[in-house]
Design a binder for this molecule. Structure first.
Ligand SMILES: *Cc1c(COP(=O)(O)O)cnc(C)c1O
Length: 455
């Protein structure tokens, strides 16, 4: 395996880091052989390390960045806010950035969403949505509704509630004894369809199975939670929008809420501002984070309907108020970054530009479909993924412990690209400021990395 050479100043920061820090989603022992990359600064789609080496951020720093690192517009908005009001308690007090953010979000969100509840990271937004849904049913006299329905292959975060409704074994298995027990419905993931089945046919069949599950369990369930169009952490698995349209109808018919987790797919990732738009649906709860602040600061929002809000609105002594708070709820710096991010969407033809970039990415990845170790090349807007397999005919995956994806990652670091495959899935989720030349670079590095990984 190939080792990324670090210059002295990178090496010393990495050494200090490894003496005191504990990183997320990492077996720290790996860093005996895998380099820790100290980042000195970011410029647009690029990260620059302490030794001046540049890496194209092909995954938008865990899907958060939209308009480039150190984006000057968002940076200026945060700087201005820093000198005005850094933070204030958000119970009993309010401020311009939070109000403007809520107004702006409701203007662009699917119709029917009328209230915004703020939290400070994606998992917290999921906790809020789960609790709010449960509490809604309790407030209207349906305390028997205490469970949730999630999809196989789903990922909604890693706090205990969010992990409970997630089905990625790597994250869930160890902590399973601590978790709630949702009903799992089979994912409409088109890759898992029967041979010859179209994505629409997979979606229809999966809706039939969801109906059966709801017939049995709707009476005890608060909500169905989904990642619209793309199950990201589960391997960038994609499904047809008709599944969402059908699911909305089923949730209405069986009187359970629909929670749309657009934490990863919101803000233009799938080609529309929100993925739900492609199915023309409005969920009862829309969870947003990641791109919400353009990748600058942690913040999340749960949008819900006037109907849900009304079920909590009563005299104090009714005891119906929603009970959830984080110290940094509605942080003004984060809200200012989010307001400016939404202004960029309003001022610039972001989605149109992304359509051209997505078409370029699609064309560049197309030849990989013929590769003997590639079972699938799929794309939804600015998310593209290549599924590596040991055997193309049977789609038999590479063993996880062979860590083929890690080889692509290491190849990327040596060749100026940050690619971070999810197991055997090499994916591309670049910031929207990427150029077609930069996409070429990313794809060239990925293809060479894939050749090394499957060898
Ligand atoms: C990242 C993610 C989360 C969790 O967000 P965090 O801010 O990492 O807690 C939840 N749902 C989806 C779909 C995500 O991609």
């Amino acid at each position: 395996m190939n080792h990324h050479a670090l210059n002295p100043s990178s090496a010393s920061l990495a050494t200090r880091d490894l003496a005191v820090l504990w990183h997320p989603c990492t077996q720290m022992h790996d860093h005996e052989t895998i380099p820790m990359v100290p980042v000195a600064r970011g410029e647009g789609a690029w990260l620059v390390d302490a030794g001046g080496r540049r890496y194209l951020d092909g995954i938008s720093s865990w899907w958060t960045n939209l308009f480039g690192h150190a984006n000057p517009r968002i940076g200026a908005a945060v700087k201005k806010q820093v000198d005005t009001l850094e933070h204030v308690i958000f119970a009993g007090f309010t401020h311009e950035p939070a109000v403007e953010l809520a107004e702006s979000l409701l203007r662009v969100a699917p119709p029917g969403l009328e209230r915004v509840f703020l939290a400070d990271n994606g998992s917290a937004a999921i906790e809020v949505a789960l609790k709010m849904s449960f509490h809604y049913w309790q407030n209207i006299g349906h305390g028997e509704k205490t469970r949730f329905i999630a999809l196989t292959g789903s990922y909604h975060g890693e706090t205990l509630g969010a992990l409970s409704v997630s089905d990625v074994a790597l994250y869930r298995r160890t902590y399973a004894p601590l978790l709630l027990h949702p009903e799992l419905a089979p994912s409409p993931d088109a890759y898992e369809g029967e041979p010859g089945e179209t994505p629409v046919q997979v979606a229809t069949r999966r809706l039939g199975q969801m109906r059966t599950l709801l017939e049995r369990h709707a009476h005890e369930c608060c909500a169905v939670i989904v990642e619209p169009l793309v199950q990201c952490a589960g391997g960038m698995r994609m499904h047809d929008a008709s599944y969402l349209t059908g699911l909305r109808a089923l949730c209405d018919e069986f009187e359970v809420h629909l929670i749309a987790d657009e934490i990863a797919v919101g803000f233009g990732r799938t080609g529309t501002l929100f993925a739900c738009e492609q199915a023309a649906i409005t969920p009862d709860f829309l969870c947003l984070s990641k791109g919400l602040t353009g990748g600058f600061l942690p913040l999340s929002a749960v949008l819900t309907t006037g109907k849900v809000y009304a079920a909590f609105y009563d005299e104090y002594r009714s005891g119906k108020a929603f009970l959830h708070s984080h110290s940094y709820t509605g942080n003004p710096l984060a809200c200012a970054a989010a307001v400016e991010t939404l202004r960029i969407f309003a001022d610039e033809p972001v989605l149109e530009r992304n359509r051209l970039l997505a078409a370029h990415l699609r064309a560049r990845l197309a030849p990989l479909a013929d590769h003997p170790h590639v079972a699938d090349v799929r794309q939804t807007g600015m998310i593209a993924a290549v599924e590596l397999v040991a055997d193309k005919a049977t789609r038999r995956p590479f063993q996880a412990d062979e860590r083929r994806g890690l080889r692509v990652y290491l190849h990327g670091l040596d060749h100026g690209a940050l690619l971070r495959p999810l197991g055997n899935v090499v994916y591309f989720m670049p910031p929207y400021v990427v150029t077609t030349d930069e996409i070429d670079h990313l794809v060239d590095v990925a293809i060479a990395g894939i050749e090394r990984a499957v060898a």
